[in-house]
Design a protein around this ligand. Structure first.
Ligand code: SAM
Length: 205
């Protein structure tokens, strides 16, 4: 891994640990709420195994997960489209991307996920387009997001969804989501205990 990326990931991991320790008082609006390092390693490995080029992320925050992905995607000269509604987090993410040297790999779409996903899904060029998707925004709408995303994923494409097991307050919504996926014959899915619990879904047809 190149030094600039490694350094920024490390800085953000320190911030994330502090945030979780509650030793500093960070408003809910400004929390990173990042994936764990283990999940970063997992998604980076999936991207590399797939030689993924086209990626979509729902819920960028300050860019920790995006940088893990950009590290793999940039080697394929690919692009990540990432969605975030919070202007302050977008500003912080842009600074992090600059420091890591991954700005050219990332296209930020500012706004509400439901609106942006609807806009993308109406464009023919995004049909069967994404090799990899990370879903990590508000949990109540996860099924709606998935339904908009699925037609935009290529056959063999992978969708990872964070927070399947933790925090526990999301468990009920995430269990409904997992049960919903299991009824769909066009995919195969498992709930992995890595990180905060990752749903790993592959599109079969
Ligand atoms: C769990 S955090 C994402 C963490 C990030 N994936 C990481 O690992 O660094 C969720 C993010 O989704 C954003 N978000 C929540 N609901 C959203 C919505 N409806 N539209 C767009 N962004 C949303 C929040 O502002 C927050 O930054």
């Amino acid at each position: 891994m190149i030094d600039s990326i490694y350094k920024v990931l490390e800085e953000l991991e320190i911030q994330s640990t502090l945030e979780k320790s509650k030793k500093v008082n960070i408003s809910s609006e400004n929390r990173m709420l990042a994936i764990t390092k283990e999940t970063g390693e997992l998604i980076n490995m999936i991207l590399r195994l797939k030689n993924a080029k086209n990626m979509l992320e729902v819920g960028m925050s300050t860019g920790y997960s995006t940088i893990w992905c950009a590290e793999a995607i940039s080697e394929q000269s690919g692009k990540i489209i990432t969605i975030e509604q919070n202007q302050n987090k977008i500003k912080r993410a842009k600074e992090n991307f600059q420091k890591a040297g991954v700005t050219d790999t990332i296209i930020i779409k500012k706004g509400l996920a439901i609106q942006i996903l609807t806009e993308l899904s109406l464009q023919q060029k995004y049909r069967d387009f994404f090799d990899f998707v990370l879903i990590d925004a508000d949990k109540e709408s996860v099924i709606e997001y998935f339904d908009l995303i699925f037609p935009m994923v290529s056959v063999g494409g992978v969708i990872v969804t964070d927070n399947m097991l933790y925090p526990e307050k999301f468990r009920e919504d995430m269990k409904k989501f997992s049960d919903y996926l299991k009824k769909n014959p066009k995919l195969r899915t498992i709930t992995s205990p890595i990180g905060n619990g990752e749903e790993i879904t592959i599109k079969l047809k």
